[in-house]
Ligand binder design. Structure first.
Ligand SMILES: Cc1cc2nc3c(=O)[nH]c(=O)nc-3n(C[C@H](O)[C@H](O)[C@H](O)COP(=O)(O)O)c2cc1C
Length: 225
């Protein structure tokens, strides 16, 4: 059966991409086991990044495991978003490291790389039956304080994560929105020219060594690297 939010793709794409969408309604009674959550951040960890800097950091607030952190992060969202965001059992602040570890210079690719990591994480979530909505609609300085984000890092988005729920759980004017066909507000056409792509960066031994040395995992208020 086709879900109204599944993309009507012009060209064949894998189901993980076609079926992903960003709900506002989550199942409020279904938590996310911590081990399942780890899989998402493991996926993010394997995203490519310029100089293998992996400039992304995640502060994870789980409603059951860390309710104070969850409430603190929730309170940084715009009030209209808090109403539906709190149906999700997990809230994550994504932050970006702006300075290159290697040289101390500005990392011009930090946001680009972090977006790729979140894309990996999002598709991993989709493969596990989980859904994610990212948000820029939050108070950056309040989030910085709530999550103890130090200088040199910048909050980028807040993500809510959970199992998709029925729009009926929403009590405000957003109720009808998840049922709109995805194409209405969906992805814009991407222009591309096959044959002019840039090749994949290879994973050399150095990057493998760095990966095993620096385990970039979700941190709760730790930005020491
Ligand atoms: C960086 C970023 C910021 C976003 N900010 C918000 C937001 O503040 N509020 C919101 O409801 N959705 C937000 N979204 C979700 C987008 O609106 C959504 O991904 C887009 O409409 C495409 O819909 P789809 O993800 O269901 O395909 C954001 C998404 C991204 C990637």
């Amino acid at each position: 059966m086709t879900h109204p939010k599944h993309a009507q793709a012009d060209h064949d794409v894998v189901d993980l991409i076609r079926e992903r969408w960003s709900p506002r309604a989550f199942d409020p009674d279904r938590s996310v086991p911590v081990d399942d959550l780890w899989q998402l951040f493991e996926a993010a960890r394997w995203a490519p990044s310029s100089c293998n800097e992996q400039p992304w950091r995640f502060v994870v607030a789980h409603r059951d495991q860390s309710p104070h952190a969850y409430d603190a992060l929730l309170s940084t969202l715009k009030p209209s978003k808090q109403a539906w965001a709190q149906t999700a059992p997990v809230m994550v602040l994504t932050a970006v490291k702006l300075i290159l570890e290697l040289t101390g210079d500005a990392n011009r690719h930090a946001y680009y790389d972090t977006g790729q990591a979140v894309a990996f994480l999002t598709l991993q979530a989709q493969s596990q039956g989980l859904a994610i909505r990212q948000m820029e609609g939050f108070d950056h300085s309040a989030a910085r304080e709530a999550c103890q984000v130090p200088e040199g890092f910048e909050p980028a988005v807040v993500m809510v994560i959970g199992y998709p729920g029925s729009p009926g759980v929403l009590k405000n004017k957003n109720t009808g929105r998840p049922s709109r066909p995805r194409a209405a507000g969906g992805p814009r056409r991407t222009s591309c020219s096959p044959g002019h792509g840039i090749g994949n960066s290879h994973r050399d031994q150095t990057s493998e060594r760095i990966r095993s040395r620096i385990c970039r995992v979700p941190r709760m208020g730790r930005f020491d690297r």
